[in-house]
Design a protein around this ligand. Structure first.
Ligand code: MLT
Length: 409
């Protein structure tokens, strides 16, 4: 009989957010009248900016005429979007990139999951814990994780615990890490790293010939001045880091799908003979074989986020969500619960009082009909924590906080 990839058997039964959805559905069946407010998955609620919609419509119309119709586009993305990214997201921060270094995709989730394919299975992977589950699970699927131990850690992965005790600052790995996943502003803790703190990681990677996989999906939420928007703001990072960014949380593209990945040309890794190879070529090879690009209208829509009007509307949405974050934090003050994050990120990380993450999940669902995400779903160090997102509407956010304040913890 055909054999399966047994690495999949090491994984939990379902993906975190699928498990939460199942639980909500069960609750809904038993309580059909319940008015559930979701502050679980980090999904945006505000519509696409008008400037984006207009560009999107026009591009769809182009597809209707033989003169302007587009078939396959470049697998790496259309130059107009890649140029707009370089000009708007990097140049103003003093980062020089070439067109070849920018790869458009349909999501940072896919890119952060797929990137491990271009690296040897023998690499040691370090991840901050708790973390967005995709990094760990894609490596487990590829065979770098092995089975889970009693603590819920996969044997082959180096865990870097980030808890209130170390102020959510990941410790440098004790054993040598070849690949290091960093996500800042952080999902799920909502905390951030200053330039000096991030520099320690770039220095570590340079000293140890490691590669940093830097997920900057929440970059647009940064409010404070000393927080870097790109890892490439740190000197030397172009030699050691791949950066992932997304239009999802920045411009409301969670359902539209558009993101990009930067693979600098000077970034290299070795083969087993010690010969160096540019990772840019490998990623390009992978993408041209396995990916046919993002649809033309979506890329036009993404480019419209950089227009003056687009920028204005995006900033308005970010401000709206960050005001939700402020409201959540303000209201949590009255509950006596300890909480973190929500200043440079749309996530608020609550310490669960004398109960597990899942017990806290059940309590909030049953007593307030509010859904959040149990910290343990993001890794063993997330046990004892719980995540709320600021992505719901103002009305629902306020209502949810009023309900939570009535609970006795
Ligand atoms: C989350 O809730 O952690 C994110 O929305 C998930 C994602 O971006 O895929």
């Amino acid at each position: 009989m055909t054999l399966i990839n047994e690495n999949y058997l090491h994984l939990e039964e379902s993906y975190l957010f699928s498990e939460i959805n199942q639980k909500i559905e069960e609750y809904r069946k038993e309580n059909p009248k319940a008015n559930i407010i979701s502050m679980g998955i980090g999904d945006v609620t505000r519509p696409l900016p008008k400037a984006v919609i207009e560009a999107f419509h026009n591009a769809v119309d182009e597809m209707a005429h033989k003169e302007t119709f587009k078939g396959y586009g470049p697998e790496q993305g259309y130059p107009f979007l890649r140029e707009a990214i370089i000009e708007n997201d990097y140049k103003p921060r003093g980062v020089k990139l070439t067109l070849q270094e920018v790869f458009i995709s349909d999501g940072a989730k896919c890119d952060t999951a797929n990137i491990q394919e271009i690296f040897s299975k023998d690499n040691k992977v370090a991840i901050t814990d708790p973390v967005y589950p995709v990094y760990v699970e894609s490596n487990v699927m590829a065979g770098r994780g092995g089975p889970q131990d009693k603590k819920g850690q996969y044997n082959g992965i180096i865990y870097l615990p980030c808890t209130a005790e170390n102020n959510f600052q990941p410790p440098l790995p004790e054993e040598k890490a070849d690949l290091i996943y960093l996500c800042y502003p952080n999902n799920p803790t909502g905390t951030s790293l200053t330039k000096d703190q991030l520099k320690e990681w770039v220095d570590y990677a340079r000293d140890n010939n490691s590669i940093i996989l830097f997920d900057g999906a929440y970059e647009a939420y940064i409010q404070e001045k000393n927080i870097p928007h790109s890892i490439y703001e740190i000197e030397g990072a172009l030699e050691v880091a791949i950066e992932f960014r997304s239009f999802s949380k920045t411009a409301g593209f969670t359902g539209t799908r558009c993101a990009y990945t930067i693979v600098p040309e000077e970034l290299e890794a070795e083969d087993s003979q010690g010969r160096k190879h540019p990772l840019n070529r490998l990623w390009n090879r992978r993408q041209t074989t396995k990916f046919n690009g993002v649809s033309y209208p979506v890329q036009v829509a993404a480019a419209a986020t950089y227009t003056k009007e687009g920028q204005k509307e995006i900033k308005k949405s970010i401000k709206y969500y960050m005001e939700n974050a402020r409201i959540i934090r303000e209201n949590l003050k009255d509950t006596g619960l300890e909480y973190y994050g929500g200043v440079n990120a749309p996530y608020i990380w609550i310490k669960t009082p004398n109960m597990s993450s899942w017990q806290f999940f059940d309590k909030l669902l049953e007593e307030a009909q509010v859904v959040g995400t149990p910290g343990t779903g993001f890794g063993p160090s997330g046990e004892g924590y719980f995540r709320l997102t600021a992505f719901n509407t103002r009305k629902n956010t306020k209502e949810a906080m009023e309900r939570i304040k009535k609970i006795e913890f």
